[in-house]
Ligand binder design. Structure first.
Ligand SMILES: O=C(O)CCC(=O)C(=O)O
Length: 289
């Protein structure tokens, strides 16, 4: 990756062209271990809360405290049901400190700024995704993100998807259809036959564009347009495919309050209004993902 050394996340002209033409961009190794430390700690804290609940509820006999990040949640749920897992939501939006540091990471904001300018709102629609082996709703059907925000018709909402372990074909990496962002929205979100609450497009709606699988290393970000067709496959491995999908939009667009509370992540005009950690932690709780 060619980078601007002062603003390590800023996109080059070639990267901007690739994003605009293909509808997505892979930024290999955008985050390093230090960037990932706080969000990983936040994920682990949540897993500890879940382990405590499962233990107190008699569902597990061991909280598996010594298990590595990648394995603990998978092992906790290995003898349990989909329902036990989905009680905690298919994606998480907890207000734990490490997520604020992730969403405010300057490398991510630099990349987003290259696409939408420097007045940046961090959307309430973000998900921490522990894709656990064998759980329904781990695989995500084909969809366009825009189907979830009918209120934001003109919004250029950028999704920043980041893997926190190596995402592979086996553990269910992202798959996309390049250039499909130029299509009109195929369907608005509605509860579907899948029963998972996901928008699920039918094969017949997808057109003839080839599918590209995007296995990536931990710390890699995939930026994509909110009309780009994408999905992910089931996790057939023995570990959790940890990822996050964050969303950013310009501040002059609808902040989608019905999805929860977002925050001002960057502003050149009003830097004093950018949300601090304390502001973010005080936000009202968001709906379950
Ligand atoms: O992480 C996944 O498996 C799917 C992500 C996704 O669909 C999204 O970010 O919109």
């Amino acid at each position: 990756m060619t980078t601007n050394t002062e603003r390590p996340g800023s996109l080059t002209k070639e990267q901007l062209e690739q994003y605009n033409r293909e509808g997505y961009l892979v930024l290999e190794d955008l985050l390093d271990d230090q960037d990932m430390e706080a969000p990983r700690r936040a994920m682990s804290e949540k897993v500890t809360m879940i382990a405590n609940e499962l233990y107190e509820g008699g569902l597990v006999q061991d909280k598996l405290e010594g298990e590595p990040f990648q394995y603990r949640l998978a092992k906790l749920f290995s003898g349990l049901t989909d329902k036990d897992f989905l009680k905690y939501g298919r994606g998480w939006r907890d207000r734990i400190e490490g997520y604020y540091h992730l969403m405010s990471n300057p490398k991510i904001l630099d990349a987003v700024e290259s696409l939408i300018g420097d007045e940046i709102f961090s959307s309430p629609v973000y998900n921490v995704r522990p894709k656990v082996p064998g759980v329904a709703a781990g695989a995500v059907p084909w969809h366009q993100d825009k189907s979830y925000w009918p209120d934001a018709n003109a919004n250029p909402v950028i999704t920043v998807w980041i893997s926190f372990v190596d995402a592979t074909l086996e553990n269910g990496c992202l798959h996309i259809k390049p250039r499909s962002q130029n299509k009109k929205l195929l369907e608005w979100h509605a509860e579907t036959y899948s029963g998972t609450g996901y928008t699920a497009l039918h094969e017949s709606q997808l057109g003839k564009r080839p599918t590209v699988a995007l296995p990536v290393k931990a710390g890699t970000a995939i930026l994509f347009n909110d009309r780009l067709l994408h999905m992910s496959t089931p996790n057939n491995s023995d570990h959790v495919r940890w990822s996050v999908d964050l969303r950013y939009q310009p501040t002059d667009q609808d902040p989608m309050p019905q999805h929860g509370v977002g925050f001002l992540a960057h502003s050149s005009k009003f830097p004093e209004r950018v949300a601090t950690l304390e502001d973010w932690l005080a936000g009202r709780p968001e709906h379950e993902g």
